[in-house]
Design a protein. Structure first.
Length: 503
């Protein structure tokens, strides 16, 4: 799914109105109707509502929703905050219509006053400010938002939580109304997908309001979400007339004294992802561990407690390096020598990235098309600090294009940044995966897909999606709290079955 800026969304609205020969009021009715349908499907029939409305089109949406709630028999009261003396035309019309039904259904709130004594069982619908916000909220409205945030009531935002911009992350102390659910029109907003801002939006529900598909398809954006349809398009079901050699020979390099679990998880994940043959290059101390834990994986050794040489890689289709490898000087020399010789795309994670951060001259030696999988701190060590996660992700786009690599920036919504500068946010996965070893599993999965002939960016997208999907399936059975990295591996098969059924 494409992610549009606030300006692009406004242009899409305008194009839809013109191409569809409808009025802006009709489009607002359509949007309010979608919200109303969600409310009827997801909230109790005896629910009571307070709708907080602004003076712009977001307020018009709220007033329309209040009217529809009343017409369907819900108890509702709308409040129009007079933070501007001018109402948008559609907001004004919706105020007139609601007032004409019953003046008791809507009241105005004068500046510097607040709404108090809202019983906690009443649901608050936030329709104060929409996507047009381009600066932090100030003054009375800022204090009003802070006041509402202190109320224990459930809160639902129309399109976007008030005070939250669509395209940038505000300073941490900027007032934003925090909600449990956001009913977003047609598109995700980028701020929904970053931890500093997404925490305010709660659960995101995309409301298809019928914006013009011609405009959407023709309008370019570098930001998208990875959806099931994208993965189904990439997915390559197995041909029955194949053998293990058709699915790639993988060499996974990692492990060190005390850290053999990481490379063990990585190797097992590569097999679960579909790689035909997997060999692990580990230090001698890990030989028995690897051979015992994953008998399906072949094993070669280098060094005693740390890897000292990376050799024999010519016979492998795909190589993944880093999990549990450590940062000993001898290992760093081995990695540098390898990068001097190897020219095919490689997957690098964990200690491989930490070694490169210590020796940044190695960045220019990364083979074109390689995939690196840093978490935010590892990215900062590689490329420097950034003010927030959105700026960091845009910085990742610059670095991916600069070095002609693909960057998997891990997080709640892990982003795949391609060497062409595209950014794909992943939406599978959950907080139960925030445990040691999860990243090692992801490295194995991506390497396994790369070995099977997926292009590097495709392998990264398939990897993060299936990794997250396995985590969601596992959490549904085990709970997020009990989830372990090995559970992700155990549920990769269920993730494939889920994908096959949907596909």
């Amino acid at each position: 799914m494409k992610i549009f800026t606030a300006a692009q969304i406004r242009a899409c609205d305008a194009y839809t109105i013109k191409a569809g020969a409808i009025s802006s009021f009709d489009l607002m009715e359509r949007a309010a109707g979608r919200c109303m349908a969600w409310i009827r499907e997801n909230l109790p029939k005896d629910a009571l509502f307070v709708v907080l409305c602004g003076t712009g089109n977001n307020g018009g949406d709220g007033l329309a929703i209040a009217r529809m709630l009343h017409q369907k028999g819900y108890g509702v009261k709308a409040f129009l905050l007079q933070f501007s003396n001018i109402l948008s035309p559609d907001c004004s019309e919706n105020f007139r219509r609601l007032d004409a039904i019953d003046p008791e259904l809507v009241s105005t709130v004068a500046p510097d006053t607040f709404i108090t004594d809202i019983p906690r069982h009443i649901i608050i619908i936030d329709a104060l400010l929409g996507t047009g916000l381009n600066r932090p909220v100030e003054g009375w409205l800022a204090e009003f938002i802070k006041h509402v945030n202190l109320l224990p009531n459930r809160k639902i935002a129309v399109d976007i939580p008030s005070g939250l911009p669509s395209d940038v992350i505000n300073d941490h102390d900027a007032p934003v109304l925090k909600v449990s659910d956001t009913l977003s029109f047609q598109f995700y907003k980028r701020t929904f997908l970053h931890p500093e801002s997404g925490v305010f939006a709660g659960n995101i529900h995309i409301m298809d309001i019928g914006l013009d598909k011609t405009f959407i398809n023709a309008t370019g954006t570098l930001y998208k979400t990875i959806d099931q349809t994208d993965i189904a398009t990439l997915y390559r079901p197995r041909n029955p007339f194949t053998h293990k050699g058709d699915y790639g020979k993988v060499l996974l390099t990692g492990g060190s004294y005390g850290k053999m679990g990481a490379i063990t998880l990585c190797a097992k994940a590569a097999l679960r992802a579909g790689a035909g043959l997997v060999t692990a290059l580990v230090p001698g101390c890990g030989y028995a561990i690897l051979q015992t834990a994953v008998p399906e994986v072949m094993c070669v050794t280098s060094g005693t407690d740390y890897i000292e040489k990376i050799e024999g890689f010519e016979q492998y289709i795909t190589i993944g390096i880093g999990p549990g490898m450590g940062t000993a000087d001898s290992t760093g020399h081995a990695l540098a020598a390898f990068l001097d010789q190897y020219k095919e795309p490689v997957v690098l994670d964990a200690d491989a990235l930490n070694l490169i951060a210590r020796h940044p001259e190695l960045l220019v030696k990364l083979p074109k098309g390689s995939v690196i999988t840093p978490h935010p701190r590892e990215f900062s060590r590689l490329f420097g600090e950034n003010a927030n996660s959105m700026i960091q992700l845009d910085h990742a786009r610059i670095q991916a294009m600069r070095y002609n690599i693909n960057i998997v920036l891990k997080g709640h919504h892990t982003a795949v940044v391609t060497s062409e500068g595209e950014c794909w946010y992943n939406r599978t996965g959950n907080a139960g995966m925030a445990k040691g070893g999860s990243g090692d599993v992801l490295t194995g999965i991506i390497t396994g897909f790369l070995a099977q002939g997926y292009k590097p960016a495709e392998a990264a997208m398939m990897g993060v999606y299936m990794h997250g999907l396995a985590g969601d399936i596992a959490a549904a059975q085990l709970s997020q709290e009990a989830l372990m990295a090995s559970d992700l591996i155990d549920h990769i098969g269920n993730a494939f079955l889920t994908l096959s059924r949907k596909e």
